[in-house]
Design a protein around this ligand. Structure first.
Ligand code: P6P
Length: 329
């Protein structure tokens, strides 16, 4: 039977959010509004991404972000737009972003929520017209309402997320998120300016034949990882690696597959960020029936200690992740 709260494909995101909120009699609407604010920022970035080639938004600005990576104009704009949308929305008291070293205090100290965000992941793909994505993670603050938010609000751990998801700016723009129950996908109809429910209650395949990793790093992978990848090749699986996490993740979520970013010589702790990449995707993945591990433990069980810490990430079809784990000592 379909989920009791299921709504028909075609309903708008706003209607869906309101309908879901009615399932929580004590809900006071802040999380609903926060999700709308994120969707609004996504609509704005959709417009910017689709104009990028026309108004010289591609190409580096010659400035470095906190990661020491050359900052593309569009990810700077995305960072500004999401921060502004969340500040103006009033529901988030603080934000952390891949693009900023320190916590961004919104000034809304009465806001109940904090948001961790990668405003535009895969930004090196912008100027070659490859899909890119926003990843977001929402926590209920643990500092008192009205007080100044703190680091502790962001270091609660992956299982304390109240919502998480992504917006993929690809051949179409789709927002996929969960508030802890089901995972749902909303495709953007720019002619209406609305996200429309297109992928209700996503259940990812238990197994798959697609593996995604940067083959160029093969020599620096742990032997167990190389054994697993050889196993995939023996079985003539399909290698698909876009170099844009959200795009690779989304394809694997729908079709069944595994994404691997193991430790490498260059990134001995893995490359991906725990708080605004691995945690939100792992939270969403588990709600869609997938698994996400660092190779040592479930991603969501990692105890976070700093805002920009990295982790190895293996995420996707449960049978593929379990098979991989069988190859690790
Ligand atoms: P590599 C993009 O920079 C990113 O963070 C992910 O979106 C992507 O999956 C990965 O890094 C690509 O990294 O080292 O394979 O180029």
């Amino acid at each position: 039977a379909s989920h009791p709260l299921a709504l028909p494909v075609g309903v708008t995101l706003d209607r869906y959010i309101m309908h879901r909120q009615t399932a929580f009699p004590y809900a006071t609407g802040e999380l609903s509004q926060l999700l709308r604010d994120i969707a609004l920022a996504g609509k704005i970035i959709h417009r910017e991404v689709n104009r990028a080639g026309l108004i010289d938004l591609t190409g580096g600005m010659g400035v470095q972000n906190v990661q020491g990576e050359s900052q593309q104009k569009l990810d700077m704009i995305a960072n500004i737009r999401f921060s502004r949308a969340l500040k103006n929305g009033g529901e988030a008291c603080a934000i952390i972003s891949e693009e900023d070293e320190d916590i961004i205090f919104t000034g809304n100290n009465n806001g109940k929520y904090v948001v961790a965000i990668d405003p535009l992941d895969g930004s090196s793909n912008i100027d070659v017209n490859v899909s890119i994505g926003t990843i977001f993670s929402i926590y209920r603050r643990i500092t008192p309402i009205g007080a100044e938010p703190s680091l502790a609000d962001f270091l609660q751990g992956g299982r304390r997320q109240v919502a998480a998801g992504y917006i993929l700016y690809g051949s179409s723009t789709i927002m996929v998120y969960t508030t802890g129950h089901s995972a749902n996908g909303f495709t953007y109809d720019a002619s209406l300016g609305e996200f429309i429910l297109s992928h209700p209650d996503i259940h990812s395949p238990a197994n798959g034949q697609i593996y995604s990793c940067n083959d160029g790093n093969l020599e620096s992978y742990d032997e167990g990882i190389r054994d697993y990848l050889n196993d995939c090749r023996q079985k003539q699986y399909t290698a698909r690696y876009i170099g844009s996490l959200v795009a690779d993740f989304h394809r694997n979520l729908l079709k069944g597959g595994i994404y691997l970013y193991p430790p490498t010589k260059k990134s001995p702790d893995g490359k991906l960020r725990l708080l605004y990449e691995a945690f939100p995707l792992a939270f969403l993945a588990e709600k869609a029936g997938c698994l996400a591990t660092s190779g040592h433990r479930a991603i969501l069980d990692i105890k976070p200690t700093s805002l920009h810490q990295r982790t190895p990430l293996f995420i996707g079809a449960p049978l593929m992740v379990e098979n991989l784990m069988g190859h690790l000592d």
